[in-house]
Structures are given as C-alpha cells and as structure tokens.
Ligand binder design. Sequence first.
Ligand SMILES: [Zn+2]
Length: 370
Amino acid sequence: MARAGALDRLEAREGVSGVTKERATDTGGLLERLSAGPVIVAEGYLFELERRGYVQAGPFVPEVVLEHPEVVRQLHRDFVHAGSDVVEAFTYYAHREKLRVVGKEKLVESINRQALALAAEVARESGTLLAGNICNTNIYEPGDAALRQTIRAMFEEQVAWAAAAGVDFIIGETFSWLDEALIALAAMRACGKPAVVTFAPHRAGVLRDGLDLAEACKRLEDAGAEVVGLNCIRGPRTMLPLIETIRDAVSCHVAALPVPYRTTADQPTFQALHDPACACIPDDRPFPTALDPFVCNRYEIAAFGRAAHDLGARYLGLCCGAGPHHVRSLAEALGRETPASRYSPDMSRHAFFGRGDAARKSNRDFTDKL
Ligand SMILES: [Zn+2]
C-alpha cells in the first residue's frame, strides 16, 4: 500500500537528525543540478506577501511587483538566504485573465517583465537559477476549443516574456486539468528551456478531468516535461502518498511542493480545513486568511523533506503559506548549510533552557515555572 508506506516513513523519520549529505552543485542548469542532488525551490510568494500587506486575498494578483518592487526583491533575497536554489519570477496569477478580473489588463506585459527583472536581479547576484512561471488560468472548460486557443495565447505571451528575460527554466503549476497542463507544456517547450509542470492535488486526489495524478504526470513526461509532480493545495502528510505513486509511474525527476499546513485524511487540502476552536472566521472557512493554527512547524517541514527525498523526489519546495524559516529547515534537512544557517537555533545558549554558563542555575531551576 503506497499510501500507508509513505505515511509510515514520515512518522518514522520525524525527529531523525542524520541525513545523507547529498548536495546540488551550485553551477549548471536545472537538470545538471538535479542529477547532482536535490534542488530546493522556494514558493509561496502570494501568501507571504498577503500576510505582509502587499497582496489582496481573493483576487491574489501580484500587483506588488509594480507597486512595491523593493518588497518582492527582498523576499526573493530572503528565500535565497534561507536556501532556495531557484528564484522564481512572481508571475503567478499575472496572466491576462487575472489582470482582466482586477481591471488592469493593460498592465499584463509590464507586470510580467517587471517580475522577471526583479527575480533575474536576485538570481544573478546570488548564483541561483532563474525560473519563469505560468499557472492555472481558471477559465479552462473541457471541450471548448475557443477557450483552448485563448489559454494557449495567454501562456505563449508569458513564456515569451520569460524567455526574453533569460530564464534558466520555466515552471507551469497548480493545474487541475491535464489538458490545460498540456497546453501550458506545449507553450513552455516552444522556448527550448526545461519545463517543470505540477498539478494541484484536490480533495478527491484526482484531476478535475478524473484522471489519476500518476497517470497524468506520465502523460506530461511523455509530452516532454523534464520534471513533473505536485504543488500547492495539500500539506505534507496528504501529498506524500501521491508523490510515491508518481515516483513509481515516471522516470523523469519528480517535484513535491506542498503547502505547509497540517492537512489530514478527512481534510486533505487547505481549502477543506475547518477550525472548531474559532467561531469568528468569515464563512467559517480558514482558507485562505485564517490558516494560522494549522501551520506546520519547521521540524515537520524537515521531516517532509527527508521523507520526500527518501521517496525519490529531488525537486523539493514549499508553496502557499511557507516562510523563509520553512525553507531553511527544508534545506538543512537535505544536508545544506545556508547563509541563514548562521542563525539556526542553539538553545544550549538560552538563558533558562541552556547549559553551562549560558543559564544560571537559578534560572534552570525555574524553567518548569516559566
Ligand atoms: Zn500554492
């Protein structure tokens, strides 16, 4: 049973400190780095910048790249500081349809070019990979040929802007339909850069066209994707069993980028989570602005990283909800020392819980009264 196997391994490895020192090279393109070891990909820009007050929940359009470029630049730097090997241009939901919804379609080119320029700046200064990004359009309908053309054109223009910015590879993500992902992949492949394509695993654990996720990933591999897998929607516990089935189904590299939330078998996605401890949440639905009590701690993220690595996934990251501390924990769990590791915890020097000279005896004796 794939499902039980992955969960058992996650349980067994929680709290384990040792991990094989397997490192990506810090040179070469995505595929060279993946062949040398895991590649860490920080995502989660929408939620982090929403929390900081620069993105509006609901439309979730990244106008911040134009309105506060310094904030986006700093978040890129924060994620690299924490261990990300990739700077992903913040063009998620910067496609023509989303900009139309907020009445700013005329900004579609400038928002994409600016997002790419900000990411390129940080990628160049840090020696990390620059990734372009396209994503779910939310207008796909099965069998609608006109819509397919519209979607294809939306992807093509974004891919062209990414290619012009000199991206190392392109990410197509959060797709719920195989066909929409295949449209994206065709557009991505036209620019000749490696393509990473990931699906959003909804409650049913299958795509909206009813297709099994492992089968859908195999179809993407057959269509030329270099990396396939899952991002967003599910937390580590409910994503890992699906990753195991995908790993078994494909021979290319596998991506796993869960949201850092404690999803469960009964509530397997972050949209499904319910908070019985609070009666004041709008619509009684914690998604997307009251998920705080469900956030995984950094140790759970480390356990996820080790478990996903054990399953054979090498393109590892986190999606909506992740902060730099999660990324650092993931990186360190995979054997990395990051710039932020200089500040990784050392409770032996705490004034009360520490050891030796760090904590006076009177303070240590007081710890169970704190
Ligand atoms: Zn996400």
